[in-house]
Write a protein of this length. Sequence first.
Length: 421
Amino acid sequence: MNKKAILVGVNISKQEEEFAYSMEELGNLAEACHIDTVGELRQNLNRINQGYYLGTGKMDELKEMAEAEDADMLIFDDELSPSQIRNIEEATECQVVDRTMLILEIFANRAKTRESKLQVEVARLKYMLPRLIGSRESLGRQGGGSGLINRGSGETKLETDRRKIEEQIAKLNRELENLVNQRKTQRKQREKNDVPVVSLVGYTNAGKSTTMNAVLDIHQTGIDKQVFEKDMLFATLETSVRKVELETNQTFLLTDTVGFINKLPHHLVKAFRSTLEEVIEADLLIHVLDVSNPNYEEHCRLTHEILAAIGVTDIPMIYAYNKADQTEMNFPVVENNRIYLSAKKRTGIRELLDLIKVNIFKDNVICELLIPYSEGQIVSYLNDQANILEEAFEEKGTRLRVECKPSDAERFKQYLIDADR
């Protein structure tokens, strides 16, 4: 049986629409944790109450509402301080959960790989560390005098717990570092192979995984290469990397990353920083937006904020306005670096790929080469790695007009007849 909760939020920004959406999102987060919302309490304040989050009158109202609705839990739209959690729990006799706890719970339930599980656990332990308060009944009072010998049992227990958590965090971070180094090695190999990387980024549930699967579908990469997609918050926590081979023999890597959300806990951003390094190293970003969501512009702003926080500032970006089929907009439509599409209906994906090609292969050169028949392996290589525009067999060898990477043009410059960009 699902737990019953009351959602609680304080609006200090005075922007009612933004606050209303934040509360709606809180309800979606609760639903993702299989918690039933039985009530909602909102308050406009100039600043958060340091002791109880809410004002005194609203706290009384909250207690009455919790009793009337037989609620097990109170879910708050902001991260609460340890003292606020303790005070509210004592006043209402209900379990108190804040937005950060809720997101951490979803991440813990959805994490599949060893790395994402470690990242979530590190974030959870860092969140817990300052909150090791315990109730007044279970902690002994601190004794007088100085030195550990005179302290109450609660104080020593608290310090022991703190030390254990700090040791656990250090241990998990060491294991994470090993996994991060493995991925760095994989990235170096990709760079060595000169394969461009395209990363999908955006708000949670905007359709990044659906977009990735649509691209893979077009190139018949195979059902086993598809990534998990579902209409829910944080369906994907792992970074998935897939190779996309175009008809022109041009290849790039497409990566799908964890989605962002308003008030994403900073511990989680820090914990997932290593995963998000895939984004930092990308040659091109596809910013997927749910254009059917009335708050998509706010989602866009928040995504830019988080990207800036992890060091992404000057990577070229394509804006993919997804779910256009759920609006009155015309699609597929391309406007400079913007495209309106429907990943679910697979409409606009080819146009998206054309935009990707223009961006990541813009440095490619067109070369005319005459390859001696004795160097057949070079012709074979170019057939695999370059876009063959023309091919003719002449007396002295195979004449090719190709679009290729600058590194390949340099590598085979001795066979060059003519070249232009």
